[in-house]
Design a protein around this ligand. Structure first.
Ligand code: MN
Length: 307
């Protein structure tokens, strides 16, 4: 059996990543070829993916491709690009979700959390009322996070400012976020083994093809059954739970940094923040200990401090 599908650039990259361990030399015009479970999968630059072999059904299911929508090889495919639509009843599936906090705040860490909310926990997590995380107060976040941590598998990647600043010498911020999401998800998936989520949902911050481009040099790329959506916390509670846990870890980190600095370090990047940063400089403190130095606030604070 042989079938050809047309997929998006992002999906092609996901497939390439996913089949990395089974890959063989691709033929001319192809970006990858892999042999897996008796099936040969070949992805072409054009976005065409060919499945050949005895039982291709399993590999097709994995990519939400149906044997009725593919075209037989040789003919030009008239199928629309696979739109990566979410599986049916997505909200009630067992999903691993990830979200981050701190990217827009001068002080404090970049925190990425991934959680796994299986189908049996969806109602319990929903009942906590976590889905409107932007409207929640800090004490509410803390209470909910503490509850979630008792029964939800999770992994947090928390980059405190010194480490963040170090990594920002090598990566741009979106790239660093991609690395952190991938790492958090990878660690989470290992923790929940042998369970496997029905899907993975990332709160989208860049286009999926950019996300996978950022991960090109990584040994392990979580790419199977992964979906990207903006406002993903409204699509599955696993992302809402990840957001709560990330905010909780970030709040604790801010408390620690505040204690260390001997003055309140607020969240944000406005001009009031510049004044506080200037005060730290005047005290001879190392800003890199508390803040994301690549923000413009650094220059502004230096200017104020030298006035
Ligand atoms: Mn987000």
């Amino acid at each position: 059996m042989q079938q050809v599908f047309t997929v998006s650039e992002a999906r092609l990259q996901e497939m390439k990543n996913s089949y990395q361990t089974s890959s063989v030399n691709p033929p001319a015009g192809a970006v990858f070829r892999a042999h897996k479970n008796g099936v040969t999968i070949t992805g072409y630059r054009s976005g065409k993916v060919m499945f050949q072999g005895g039982d291709i059904a399993k590999e097709l299911t994995r990519w939400h491709l149906s044997s009725t929508t593919g075209s037989t090889s040789g003919k030009k495919s008239k199928q629309p690009t696979n739109s990566l639509s979410l599986p049916a009843n997505f909200a009630s599936l067992s999903v691993a979700g990830s979200d981050e906090v701190g990217t827009g705040s001068y002080f404090g860490p970049l925190t990425v959390a991934a959680t796994y909310v299986d189908a049996t926990n969806v109602d319990r997590v929903t009942a906590l009322g976590i889905q409107d995380s932007k409207k929640l107060t800090d004490p509410q976040i803390i209470k909910m996070a503490k509850e979630l941590l008792t029964f939800i598998p999770y992994h947090v990647v928390n980059l405190m400012p010194p480490r963040y600043n170090e990594l920002m010498k090598r990566y741009n911020q979106a790239e660093l976020k991609a690395l952190c999401h991938n790492l958090a998800l990878q660690k989470l998936l290992t923790k929940i083994e042998p369970q496997k989520p029905d899907a993975i949902l990332v709160d989208q911050f860049v286009a999926p093809n950019t996300y996978f481009r950022y991960l090109k040099k990584q040994q392990m790329v979580v790419s199977e059954n992964i979906f990207f959506r903006v406002r993903a916390e409204q699509i599955h509670v696993s992302v809402a739970a990840a957001s709560i846990i990330a905010r909780y870890v970030s709040l604790k980190a801010m408390d620690e940094l505040t204690a260390e600095a001997g003055m309140t370090l607020p969240i944000g990047a406005n001009s009031a923040i510049d004044q506080i940063a200037a005060k730290l400089i005047r005290q001879g403190q190392d800003l890199g200990q508390y803040a994301k130095l690549h923000f413009q606030n650094t220059q502004k604070a230096e200017k104020i401090a030298n006035e």
